[in-house]
Design a binder for this molecule. Structure first.
Ligand code: TPP
Length: 672
């Protein structure tokens, strides 16, 4: 939205609107006796200005696809958002503000995506929101490049964010900012709340970066505003930021934390605790707020906040009309865009999934993954992603697509650079934006570098796909720094994260199918560097049973009820089949269960689970990883053949032999 200069002058009505945020923040935190009043009180003018004059949004239709995205990266200032959204007319009743931070409310301590209308992403862990905003801007740039036509800018919105000292101290903000500068995300506009206060006190204690030069160094367009209360200065900085279309913009805004509070303003005491009843009263007095009742929302403030809502609704309608004319001129593109924005997969995509045989299937699972990804990418154009500088190892390149670059945002191969954490946050932002399904690769060991973003993908139920290769000591010579041990267990421990460790090429194909069909959470593929044998399934369980998480791969020569079950994943499935043969030579009935996913298996009925893993039958689990996540499938007397110590630098065959992850070890355990 552009606005005439007559609106730029701060009026007493503007002040009333701004102070309504401040008083709601004070009151809500006071009532909850917990929360963060300082940043909302400081940033109220900026939020007011953005929501009423600059954001292209429609409170009546929070899901409008071409809306501007707004991210409050310093999510602890959530009351800034809740108050602004309430005052803008989003469906957040005042009672919800009264219930700030309470059980069952839609106003939790930190903003949560999917819970509250108008909240684009879950923020709180500092730095994550920053990277989400970068991902949203990347998705917008990509979709605009793919779908916009001459005279039809059907995807054309900005991504705005506010960040704080804490966000800028966190390393992920460096990764994401560097990415945004390099890839020329010109419709990304950020504000840095330069209040020089963190929890411990003044930033003098720990932070003396020259943030302006830092962002200039990334290739951002940087401006300063000396006082957040100067709406005119903010407005003109925003106009300049909009005019800059090739570079992301950062506006460094000087604020005073706890603005309005006579005894807390400018001090760390304003950051994260209620002001106290008396200080709230004093602050209201200082702000010229006359109402005595807490949670007072003056009618003039509401109507002034919403004065532009008709125009916003009209803009939303105009976009819908432009979509109709786009559909007339470009019916195929319009249908495709609609499908992608709905998150629906294209018809017939599953037919693209290749099948493997003994000739082409005896390869590392990372190699079969690269083949499946390329076959899928041809049919699923919303698959877009890459690797954190390991594309040749992760095999994540889509061979017939160009590279995503500042000059060509239509490319689907994203070189995330050596920025795993940034990649995780950017992927979350892309998925949240919609219209794309992001994937990103690195070595499984470096999942640790992106773990906070993976956790948020789980929390936000986002469809992102991780391609984690080099998934065990089986990577060999790179040694213990690169050999994952506890990572599978650690990923399995994150709620709503699905880990798939396929055992051969056929399971890899099924793992990708499952990853694309999987809605409501991230999927992590764990893939080998080393070759694994193709598994002949003519007399065995079908790879499609991967979708059940665990299944009877080989019922044993006798096909009777087993007296021993071998459970294995990934590269250890072949080993289990070899061990089965040896143990059965001794006359026993041995079943091999392939268990590529704990999460899918635990979703099956108790009957199914018991039919695969019969109670009372001894189990040996084989996985070249830490045993901790397997204990729930193990009973007294069962054995895990795994590894609970760091690996070493040597050829992988030697490591498996030295650490006792061998057929002999399984045979020995079977008779122990
Ligand atoms: C990754 C992470 N570490 C620590 C915290 C806890 N925390 C919340 S706010 C904050 C710092 C507050 O300073 P600033 O970011 O400047 O916010 P302000 O004081 O301006 O509200 C910290 C350490 C967090 N939310 N996320």
């Amino acid at each position: 939205m552009t606005h005439t200069s007559s609106q730029h002058v701060s009026s007493s009505l503007d002040d009333l609107c701004i102070n309504t945020i401040r008083t709601l923040a004070m009151d809500a935190v006071q009532k909850a006796e917990s929360g963060h009043p300082g940043a909302p009180m400081a940033l109220a003018p900026l939020a007011y200005l953005l929501y009423t004059r600059h954001l292209k949004h429609n409170p009546a239709d929070p899901a409008w696809p071409d809306r501007d995205r707004f991210v409050l990266s310093n999510g602890h200032a959530s009351m800034l958002l809740y108050a602004s959204l309430h005052l803008s007319g989003y469906d957040i009743p005042l009672d919800e503000i009264r219930n700030f931070r309470q059980w069952g409310s839609i106003t939790p301590g930190h903003p949560e995506h999917g819970l509250t209308p108008g909240i684009e992403t879950t923020t709180g862990p500092l730095g994550q929101g920053f990277s989400n905003a970068v991902g949203m801007a990347a998705a917008e740039a990509h979709l605009a490049a793919v779908f916009n036509k001459e005279g039809h800018a059907i995807i054309d919105h900005h991504t705005w964010f506010i960040c704080s000292d804490g966000d800028l101290m966190e390393g992920i903000s460096h990764e994401a900012a560097s990415f945004a500068g390099h890839f020329g995300l010109g419709k990304l506009i950020g504000f840095y709340d330069d209040n020089r206060i963190t929890i411990d006190g003044s930033t003098d204690l720990s932070f003396s970066d020259d943030s302006a030069r830092r962002f200039e160094g990334y290739g951002w367009h940087v401006q300063r505003v000396a006082d957040v209360n100067d709406l005119e200065a903010l407005d003109s900085a925003i106009a300049a930021a909009r005019a800059e279309t090739k570079r992301p913009s950062m506006i460094i805004v000087r604020t005073v934390i706890g603005y309005g509070s006579p005894n807390r303003a400018g001090s760390a005491k304003a950051h994260g605790e209620a002001l106290g009843v008396e200080e709230v009263a004093r602050s209201k007095e200082q702000l010229g707020w006359t109402a005595k009742e807490p949670f007072t929302v003056p009618e003039e403030a509401v109507s002034h906040w919403r004065r532009g809502n008709d125009a916003l609704a009209f803009a939303n309608d105009a976009w819908r009309r432009s979509l109709i004319s786009y559909a007339k001129a470009y019916p195929i593109d319009a249908k495709e865009l609609g499908r992608r924005l709905q998150g629906e997969l294209p018809g017939g995509w599953q037919q693209a999934i290749p099948t493997f045989n003994a000739e082409n299937g005896s390869v590392a699972t990372r190699a079969s993954s690269g083949i499946v990804l390329n076959a899928l990418a041809a049919k699923v154009p919303e698959l877009i992603g890459g690797s954190a500088d390991l594309s040749g190892s992760n095999l994540t390149i889509i061979k017939d697509s160009p590279t995503f670059s500042a000059a060509n945002h239509a490319g689907r191969n994203i070189h995330f650079g050596v920025r795993e954490h940034g990649m995780g946050g950017i992927m979350n932002g892309m998925a949240l934006h919609g219209g794309v399904i992001p994937y990103g690769g690195t070595f499984l060991i470096f999942a640790d570098y992106m773990r906070p973003a993976i956790r948020l993908a789980g929390l936000m139920h986002q469809r992102v796909i991780y391609v984690f290769t080099h998934d065990s000591i089986g990577l060999g010579e790179d040694g213990p720094t690169h050999q994952p041990v506890e990572q599978l267990t650690a990923l399995r421990a994150i709620p709503n994260v699905t880990v798939l460790r396929p055992g051969d090429a056929s399971e890899v194909a099924e793992a990708w199918r499952a990853a694309l069909l999987h809605k409501g959470g991230p999927v992590a593929l764990a893939l080998t560097r080393q070759k694994v044998p193709f598994i002949d399934r003519s007399h065995r369980g079908a790879a499609s049973d991967l979708a059940r998480g665990g299944y009877i791969l080989d019922a044993g020569a006798k096909r009777s009820e087993p007296d021993l079950v071998l459970i294995a994943t990934g590269s250890e499935v072949g080993l289990a089949l070899d061990a089965q043969k040896r143990i059965e030579e001794g006359g026993r009935a041995v079943r091999v269960v392939s268990m590529p996913s704990h999460e899918y298996f635990l979703k099956q009925s108790a009957e199914y689970q018991a039919s695969v893993l019969p109670e009372g039958v001894r189990r040996i689990v084989i996985e070249a990883a830490h045993p901790m996540s397997w204990h729930r499938f193990m009973r007294p007397g069962d054995v895990m053949i795994g590894i609970d110590h760091f690996g070493a630098s040597a050829p992988y065959q030697k490591l498996y032999a030295e650490y006792g992850i061998t057929v002999d070890a399984v045979v020995a355990a079977a008779s122990s």
